[in-house]
Write a protein that binds this ligand. Structure first.
Ligand code: NIG
Ligand code: FE
Length: 403
């Protein structure tokens, strides 16, 4: 069958399809921006090759393009000073309560123009892309006013327009209480629900809505109000939950139909059961765990037992996870959380996509999905998690195009 010039047949791949590694060498046909079909090399006929440009990868590992399903990579300033303060013994909570932490990034983000935020975010995103990321989620949450939250989301959309990467945007208005609402958390939640969510939805700037459900942020009841508003405007739901304590925020998010709950170090069995019942993904963020020198491990064994899909992401942000390498998270998830390399890889591919509601589009190598994939200079998937700095990404294909 004659195909167009944009039809490529990748031969002799060691293929990790997003869930499992194929036992035999595989061929993968890409037509235009989509994966057309996959076949074991042993079943490939001459007719199958007809019309394709053939590329023999000689056994190299091919994985889906990586999905970083949780980042805050648009922000002003940085928090190296806070890093130093923490080394002198101050805790993340102490710093936050003293007006540092997230609020210091809010000051810098509000002061920055859209162009300045774009220029600062671009190299951060490029660093992720250099590691094989083809889909990334970007949250707002450092504006904390209508004007500045929308400004952040516009920057995220512009990154997608200018770089070969898919960006999902998330409105995180309920990230922290801005100084103007110091004594009026409910008033601020009202602003999020009545102004930010409707405006972000109307302008097509957000795909989802997130909250920070925590003692130093918002209560379960306040988060539930945000979820209700998000649903009213047709936006998906996510949550930063059980990061520093157990408030039951994950179960509340699951009941509201959340795509994912993220961090979850303090999640208990009832919470895990709620995730399993709702089909909500648990997103693990080992960068923040590492950076905060957290000792409470997420309940990995319970998540396994209940069959809750585990995604894995950088949480790239200026405070708790100034980490712009998703590949490093593979190693950290195995070393710190004792995930297996295959579980970690699922976390940045199939399960990462599911955490964004994109499982029909990306995150696996399967017919009909977007042709986003990576070639690595190894034949062994476990090496991606085993080693830091190697193996190298030799090709990154986004929507069928080398980029
Ligand atoms: O995912 N948990 C809350 N939010 C971010 C931290 C943001 C910050 O410290 O700037 C997180 O860890
Ligand atoms: Fe986060």
């Amino acid at each position: 069958m004659k195909q167009g010039t944009d039809s490529t047949l990748w031969l002799n791949a060691t293929l990790f399809d997003g869930l499992n590694t194929e036992e035999q060498p595989m061929a993968m046909a890409v037509i235009g921006a989509q994966i057309a079909w996959l076949k074991p090399m042993s079943e490939l006929s001459a007719a199958d090759r007809s019309g394709f440009e053939c590329i023999d990868v000689a056994g190299a590992l091919v994985t889906p393009g990586l999905v970083d399903c949780h980042t805050h990579l648009v922000f002003g300033g940085n928090r190296a000073g806070e890093f130093e303060a923490r080394l002198e013994g101050k805790s993340y909570e102490e710093i936050a309560r003293a007006g540092g932490g997230i609020i210091s990034t809010v000051r810098a983000t509000r002061a920055a123009s859209e162009d300045e935020l774009f220029e600062a975010a671009k190299p951060r995103l490029q660093a992720l892309m250099a590691d094989g990321v083809t889909t990334v989620e970007i949250k707002s949450g450092y504006g904390l006013s209508l004007e500045h939250e929308l400004k952040m989301l516009r920057v995220a959309r512009r990154l997608a327009a200018e770089l070969p990467v898919r960006v999902q945007t998330t409105l995180l208005g309920a990230h922290a209480l801005p100084p103007e609402y110091k004594e009026d958390a409910d008033g601020y939640i009202e602003l999020v629900c009545k102004e930010m969510i409707p405006a972000a939805a109307a302008e097509g700037l957000a795909d989802a809505v997130d909250v920070f459900c925590e003692n130093i942020a918002f209560s379960v009841e306040q988060c539930e109000r945000v979820y209700a508003a998000a649903k009213e405007h047709g936006l998906a739901i996510k949550g930063h939950t059980e990061q520093l304590s157990n408030l039951g925020g994950s179960a509340a998010a699951a009941r509201a139909g959340a795509l994912s709950v993220d961090h979850v170090e303090y999640l208990d069995e009832a919470g895990v059961r709620a995730l399993a019942e709702a089909g909500t993904v648990a997103t693990l963020l080992p960068g923040a765990f590492y950076m905060l020198r957290e000792t409470q491990l997420p309940p990995i064994e319970l998540l396994r037992r209940y069959g809750v899909p585990m995604a894995l992401a950088t949480d790239a942000n200026p405070g708790t996870s100034p980490m712009f390498s998703l590949k490093l998270m593979l190693n950290m998830a195995c070393t710190l959380f004792r995930l297996t390399p295959v579980e970690a890889l699922r976390g940045v591919t199939a399960h990462g996509a599911r955490a964004l509601g994109l499982q029909q589009q990306v995150g696996r190598l399967a017919p009909g999905l977007q042709a986003d994939f990576c070639l690595w200079d190894t034949k062994n998937p476990a090496e991606l998690a085993y080693s830091v700095g190697l193996p190298r990404l030799t090709q990154r294909i986004f929507a069928g195009v080398k980029a």
